[in-house]
Structures are given as structure tokens and as C-alpha cells.
Design a protein around this ligand. Sequence first.
Ligand code: UDP
Ligand code: MG
Length: 318
Amino acid sequence: MMDKLAIVVPCYNEEEVLHIAAEALRGVLDDLIAKKKIAEDSFILFVNDGSKDRTWELIEEEHKAHPVQCCGVKLAGNVGHQYALTAGLITAMNKSDVTVSIDADLQDDVTVIEEMIDKFHEGKDIVYGVRKERKTDTFFKRTTAQAFYKMMAVMGVKTVYNHADFRLMSKRAVEQFSKYKETNMFLRGMMPLIGYETDSVYYDRKERVAGESKYPLKKMIALAFNGISSFSVKPITMILGLGVFIILCSVLAAVYALISFFSGHVVPGWTSLILSIWFLGGLELIAIGMVGQYIGKIYMEVKQRPRYNIEKVLESED
Ligand code: UDP
Ligand code: MG
């Protein structure tokens, strides 16, 4: 039995690209079916993320013309890329053996989907699409994106460098992913937590075929902040560190203030004032950091993430 592939495509106001994307992806399906790499009833699942334009009507048209290959899910309202993609993956999970998620704008190279499928057949559960260079991005997008990956690494969030949300996931990887019940989701950070064997394929990212980016700076910053704050309590630990640092500074300040005091060059009251400012400042930061540690723990607990993922069990068959 051949594996059934579902290509999940989140779409928000993508009327300009929808037909082009559908055609290109149908081409990929036909090609892979002809090569006997996927099942004949493999399909594309468009997720309409509350588009305000004609995106959903176009998805309906595609479904009418290609009832098996083109399917759709309509979300009630705009929930954002990460949730739209999650909705698509979980819907596809019960109808397929393997999923590939890709943006509607065809910036990602559809031809590497075949390579992803090959890696899946070699036994990989998650295959990341990683872009080689960022030549087609504007200078601004490139530098901000790179700063973002560096920042994530500093904050201790494991992500794959230069990988966005173009990836293959096996059915069991999606099933395990669906057990992550958190509401603040940053998919790229969650994938490494699943723990199955992963691999990467490399491609050049192209320009959008049509339309404009649905990720303005505001959404990008929100995604970056969400990525850090949902995966790491390091910022809190940093406050604690800062508090300790300030207390140490207060020792130096004390030495300086006492020398000034005994050499008699100071206004009355200055020494005690300067000492209290440094010492209390440090103390307060430490206290906030300590309280923060507990809040950080509570935050991690309330996510109720699965603690492990059993990959295989060896046992006797009686
Ligand atoms: N998208 C979505 N909901 C949103 C914003 C974007 O489903 O609220 C989809 C969009 O249709 C596209 C993908 O997410 O398929 C990535 O968006 P885009 O290509 O605009 O981002 P960029 O490549 O500019 O970072
Ligand atoms: Mg794009």
C-alpha cells in the first residue's frame, strides 16, 4: 500500500495565487503518483484562514473541478498562520499517512517535496525544508530574520536555522504534535520536542508569485516574541542575574562611597543615600527574579506538554 500524502496550505487573502498554487501542487501530486511514490488519492488541503477576499470561493471552485485532489477547510475568522496550519495538520492527520505543509505563495520550492517523500520512505518522521540563501529577500527581511534566529538560540529555544513552516510530518509525528495542548504556539520550536528522527532538504526561496506578504513587521515581531516567551523562561532568569550583578556593583559603590566619606568631600547624607539606592535596587531585582522563577515554572506546568514520546517498544509477542 502506497502512503497517502496531504499537502496542507494555509491561505489568508490569497486570491491572486490560489489557482496558480493549486495547479503547481496538483502537478507535484500527479508526478509523485506517476512515480508510484504516493497513493492515488493523495490530496491538497487548503485552509482558509478567515480571508476577506475571494479565497474561499476559489477553493470551492478547485474542489468542484478536482474533487479528490483539492479539498478545503474553512476556519471561522482569522486565527493566524500558526493556528491555521495546526488546524490543517490535525484535519489531515486522520485522512492521510504523511503531510507536507507549505505556504500558498509558492516561495518554497515545490520540487523538493519529492526529496522529502524519499526521506520519509527512508524512515524519517519530520523533514525540514531549509532555504539555502536569502537572496530574494529584502535586506530588511534578511537581517531581521537572521537576528531572530540568533536571538532564539541565545534564549535557549531550539529551532532549525533558516527553516520556516515548509516541512514534512509523518502521521505519528502529527499525532504526537496534537498532544501539545498549549495555546501559544510556535510550531518551529515544537517540532524538535517531538523527538523523532528528522532530516532536512535544501532549496532556494523564491519571490512570492503574486500578492503581497501577509506577515507585516508587526506580525513578525509578535511571532518572534511568542516564540521566545512560549519556550523559554530565560528572560526571567536574566532579571535574577541582573539583580545579582547590581548587588555586586553595590559592594564597589560602597567602597567608593566610604572612601569619599572618609576623605570628607561629600555632602552629608550622600553616602547612605547612594548605598541604599544600589543595594535596594539589586535586592528588588533579585526578589522579582525569584518570584519570576516560580511564575515561569507555573507557566511551563500549565502547558501540560507531554513529557515524553515512546518511539518503539520491544517485547515478546505472547
Ligand atoms: N497566512 C495565514 N494567516 C495569516 C497570515 C498568513 O494563513 O493570518 C498564510 C499565508 O496565506 C501564507 C502563509 O501564511 O500561505 C505565509 O504568509 P506570507 O507568505 O505572507 O509570509 P512571508 O513569506 O511574507 O513571511
Ligand atoms: Mg511568503
